[in-house]
Design a protein around this ligand. Structure first.
Ligand code: ZN
Ligand code: ZN
Length: 226
């Protein structure tokens, strides 16, 4: 997925783009040329392709480029993160299609969904089988267990306990002004925060600073207990 979010992609992210492209082209039943030439990358895929080949994630076979078993595993993890991020944005944040593509891309590349958070988000969303475009989401450990052993521990901050520490997973707000304001205060995915007070306003501590939040905003901030 070409990244329109302005995030500069790192070498590993270029490789992930290639794995993702191989995965989706295969889903569409399209054979992939060994040099990826005509498959519409908006960057030169050659160096990342060499790297992916050296890591033995892709291989040429019968004039086609294919994923190796190791590459398959890696690609499945990338697709899983991407499509769960889409589901999250679509179901929880209710963004539209174009914004979702950009957003999911950004989520994926900045690894806001860590491996651990990915399974938690999956459980939070009820282990969805498909993304909003009806493409299958590769299953994770959490889906295979068929038990409650992976708790959907991602909860709104508004349900948090006073005195407890949390790690911010995502902010479900469509308001850019609100996101910018929170961002300027260090309230960003990955930030560690402590909930000091719930009424009359929520007060959190982030990096030594106390910040008051309206309950409406606390409901938009999703966290994991630490
Ligand atoms: Zn999708
Ligand atoms: Zn799951």
């Amino acid at each position: 997925m070409p990244c329109r979010s302005g995030v500069i992609m790192q070498p590993d992210q270029l490789i992930e783009e290639i794995l993702e492209r191989l995965w989706t082209l295969r889903e569409q039943g399209i054979a992939v040329a060994p040099d990826l030439g005509q498959h519409g990358f908006d960057f030169d895929p050659a160096p990342a392709l060499v790297e992916a080949t050296q890591r033995q994630w892709v291989t040429g076979r019968n004039g086609r480029l294919e994923l190796t078993p190791a590459g398959e595993e890696r690609a499945a993890a990338v697709m899983r993160r991407h499509r769960l991020a889409e589901r999250l944005l679509f179901d929880v944040i209710h963004v539209d299609d174009a914004a979702m593509e950009a957003g999911a891309c950004e989520l994926e590349h900045t690894h806001i969904l860590s491996e651990e958070a990915t399974d938690r988000v999956c459980a939070f969303l009820g282990h969805p089988p498909t993304c909003p475009h009806d493409r299958p989401i590769p299953r994770g450990q959490c889906c295979r267990k068929f038990t409650n052993s992976v708790q959907p521990l991602v909860t709104p901050l508004s349900e948090g306990s006073v005195g407890a520490d949390y790690r911010l997973v995502f902010i479900a707000s469509r308001s850019h002004r609100r996101l910018d304001r929170l961002c300027a205060l260090g309230v960003v995915p990955g930030a560690v925060l402590r909930l000091h007070q719930r009424t009359p306003a929520f007060v959190i501590q982030v990096g030594g600073t106390d910040i008051a939040l309206e309950p409406e905003i606390a409901r938009d901030i999703f966290v994991l207990p630490r």
